[in-house]
Every structure is written in C-alpha cells, then in structure tokens.
Write a protein that binds this ligand. Sequence first.
Ligand code: SPD
Length: 367
Amino acid sequence: MLKPYHLAAGALLSVLVSHPLAAAEEKLLNVFNWSDYIASDTLDRFTAETGIKVNYDVYDSNEMVEAKLMAGKSGYDVVFPSAFPFFARQIQARIYQPLDKQKLTNYGNLEEGVINSLNATDEKILDFAVPYMIAGTGVGFNRGKVNALAPGAPTNSWDLIFDPKWSDPLKSCGISVLDDSGEVFAAALVWLGKNPRSEDPEDFKAASAAIQRIRPNLRYIHSSSYINDLANGDLCVAHGYGGDLVQARDRAGEAKNGVDISVYLPVEGAQVVIDVMGIPADAPHPDNAHIFIDFMMRADVVGPITDAVGYANAIRGTDAFVSEQRRNDPVIYPSPETRAKFFTVPPKPQAYIRQLTREWTRIKTDH
Ligand code: SPD
C-alpha cells in the first residue's frame, strides 16, 4: 500500500523537476492558518499588491493540519504549524518542500534570536520553515467572578486550574482547557513541580491524575471557543494561547459589558511555541506561496498583525507598527523573569505520542 510519505515524496520530486519554461502559476493561493492569527486587512493588502487571490481556511489545532497534510493532496500552499514538536516531526515525513531562499527577499528581516532558538532545537527546520509568531500559553480569568467565588485565589499560578481548592468553587462559572494534549500535560507537569519535558512514566501518571482530578470542573476542552466565551462572561477561567487570551480581554473591553478579563503567564512556567510558515510538498502554487511568505516577513505587514492579534512576531523593526499599549503588554512581551521560566517541548518518540493521544482521548471522553 502506498503510504502518505510515499505520496509526499512523489509530489516533492515533481516540484524539484518542474520545467523552467513551465507556465506561470495562476494568480491563486490557498492558505491554511490558525484562527484569529492575521489582521483584518492582511489578505486584501496582499491581493492588492500582487494580484494573487487568497482562499483562506482556518484551524485551531496542530493535529488538524497534520492530518490534512499526511493524507496528501490537501491543496494548501502555505500552512502555519507550531515548530516544535509538530513541524520538526513533519519534516521527517517529507510533507514539506524546501524553501527557495532566493525568492525570499525579506529573509534578512528575521530576528536573530528566533533563528537561533529554532536552530538550537533542529538545525534542519529553517530549510523548510520561516518563523511567524511566538506564543506563550497562559490563563485568562474573569476578575469579578473569580473574586466572588474563590476569594484569595492566586491569580498568577496554574493553581487556578489544577488546584481543586480553587478549581472546585470555580466550576460553576466555567473553566476550560485547550484541546492540546501536549500543552495540558506540560502545564500539569510544571504545576506538579516536575520537568514539563519529562517522558518518565511516573511523571506521566501523576500529570494524568492531576488532569483527571479537575476534569469534572471543566465546562469544555476546546482551543478557540474560549475567546468569545471569556469576553461575554460565559466562562470564568480559560487555559489558552497568550494572544487569544489578549483578544478575549480586548473584546470584553470593547463590548463594555462589565466583564473584566485579566491574563497572565503562570509563575511556575509557561510553554512557549514558535509558529512557522511552510509550503506543503504537493502545494499547487509554490511560487505564490513564496511571494506570500516574503510579504509576511515585512515589518509593515507583520507589525499590524501583532497589533491585531496580540502575539509577538519574528520580524525586526516592527515596533513602529505596534501600538505602545501592545508593546508594554507583559503577556505579549514578557519580563525577563517570566521568559526565564518559559519552556519548550521538543519532538517526542512515537511511543510516547501514542500513549499521550490515548490518554487524552480517555480524559476527554470519560467524565
Ligand atoms: N489563534 C492563534 C493560536 C496560535 C497558537 N499557536 C500554537 C500553540 C500550540 N501549542
């Protein structure tokens, strides 16, 4: 039977041997990105400048992109997975084509620190990926409701979610966690005082027990609904991606609905992830994909995106395009103390991934 990586390898070969006199690509680009991850005018600006029309689909989990690309023939030209562990392990499956850096005229705009941190974990990744945004994972909460139901709760710690002393009384107003097994297990491990990268079976058991203990307190496990639910006052505490929590806080403020959302990156440590842009091996419009990635490396394009979505970007010189309020936001640009506690989770062995996926499915369904 032909495996997905055989298909992907075939597609890669056809990319590599494409004829130099081949017809220019149609003016079309198919992008698959995280929801709430560009500014409202980003795509219109791109089309106005290049004449390339964009079909834009969104997802809210790395697993969705992985499933589409592994099945082959996704039709997408640019996707935005997280560098680690996802993109790095997907490179092994040969589902991306190498980038043609000659076509990326803005490559020199990339922040050196981001390049170094990608290189330090995987020296191959930059052959296939360009960094986009940097996301710390944290907690957003409804200040009024938390004060009322759990007075004295430590609103700077993972305790708010994992310590039943606080999570039990907050159950009635709604707690959510991300549908992201890697993030939830890492958060539970760091809350337990263990290494969030641990693969030790005893640590795994302890993290799973901590999650199961508070499972009845979770209104839902989802990776994007919490933005509006927090903002509307329908959820009290959410484990979420930093910028998405910032957007929830913004939306509550704009709605002037009396909901006061605060956001923090927990003192015990927060996972930090670099999301990257890559081109699938069988992308139908690889030239347009390069043009788009190059556009997304411009300070005047990415600065306004940071302003809109609340995530720090990987491009130098964007300060002039980011509001002062955003630049001073410690969730987006954390203090050195917070950064010192950031952790990343590198790719795990297949056996660990299988165990994690099984356990996560059990936690999600058994309650
Ligand atoms: N709405 C944008 C969400 C971006 C999330 N980045 C991925 C983090 C994966 N652990």
